[in-house]
Design a binder for this molecule. Sequence first.
Ligand code: PMP
Length: 405
Amino acid sequence: MKFEHLLAARTLKIHDNAIREILKVVSRPGMISLAGGIPAPESFPMEIMNGLSAAVIEKYGSGAFQYDLTEGFMPLREALSVRLERKGVTASPEEIIIASGSQGFLDALGKVLITRGDRVAVEAPTYLGAISAFNPYEPEYVRLETDEDGVVPESLERTLASGSVKFVYLVPTFQNPTGRTIPLARRREIARIIQTYDALVIEDDPYSDLRYRGEAPPPVKSFAPDHVVYISTLSKILAPGLRIGFCAAPPLIREWLVRVKQGTDLHTSTFNQALAAEYLAGGHLERHLPGILALYRPRQEAMLTAMAACFPETIRWSRPEGGMFIWADADGGVDMETVYQRAVARNTAFVPGRYFYAHDGEGRGAMRLNFTLAEAEEIRRAVKILGEEIDWASQKKSGSVSEMS
Ligand code: PMP
């Protein structure tokens, strides 16, 4: 039986997420992956979770396995309220809601906000998973310019002044894919602009706790609380498999997010939320996080040092103070798709930059490199291979390498 004719017109617009496809290649034995946005498995607090699993059952009994509020498990929302306050986001436990990862919120926000043809403003480049989440609701994307300090305020202002943008989606801290962070003054400027135009911003903040150097600027939400839907996750600082995302949104948006979640999955796993609640309330995150930073910091340093030694001078790259990614860009000088194919044949993977743009034709000379999953020695080996393949591709482009070499 062929059921294609049964698929909704909307469904046919959903494409395979390119990174999922790349991650399938990457799981081949012997591959060094700089491709995913995946935490190191050795960063998971396995022993603590072992003890907490029993403690959750002891404390909540059958309640940990029962249906619960769509809004989320109250002890978790209480613990998150305390954490958010420390970041400068004031939200009572009742004002915080939980979803199955921040990805769950991206889908729900698309469902709540986007009517076919609505204009949604995104950074160029932006998080590919947000595009995948919004696409089924059939928006049109408006491109926001970015520089080394993230989204350019003039570009945001021009876009909002041109009218009818449904919402703006931003990853202001250690952005995926570029690793860039919007500095404090620019955050204030962005807050002023969105307040002036009465615009709605989705601030996606999965990475701000992974800071290896420097001072953290407060979330954009803290400067424009009524105009920002703030979403974050425990995926990068505890464990992505728990699927715990959280959100502080203006009341009307929050109420609708809860309504659509009722139809999606009723609520996020009670047991997982209870585990996360005990983890946070017991102070485990504060004790464990420095170990995660100590694991990732040298990996990032190894990558930056190897890049300086192995990449040609024509390539520029970001030097983020945290997060999981480094973005390298050869502009028009190299076709990174070719580099990808040749690097994978040598068991080294990354994600070519073009996948992170809402519009075709951009990012062909760029690459996203992840430094959290592989060990420093593997990173050094992988970057050396990438340097060789970039050299090969740039010589090919300038015509000095034959197809056979
Ligand atoms: N937003 C961004 C910017 C991300 O990088 C990710 C993870 N790659 C997510 C959202 C989704 O994370 P999760 O659903 O695990 O919370």
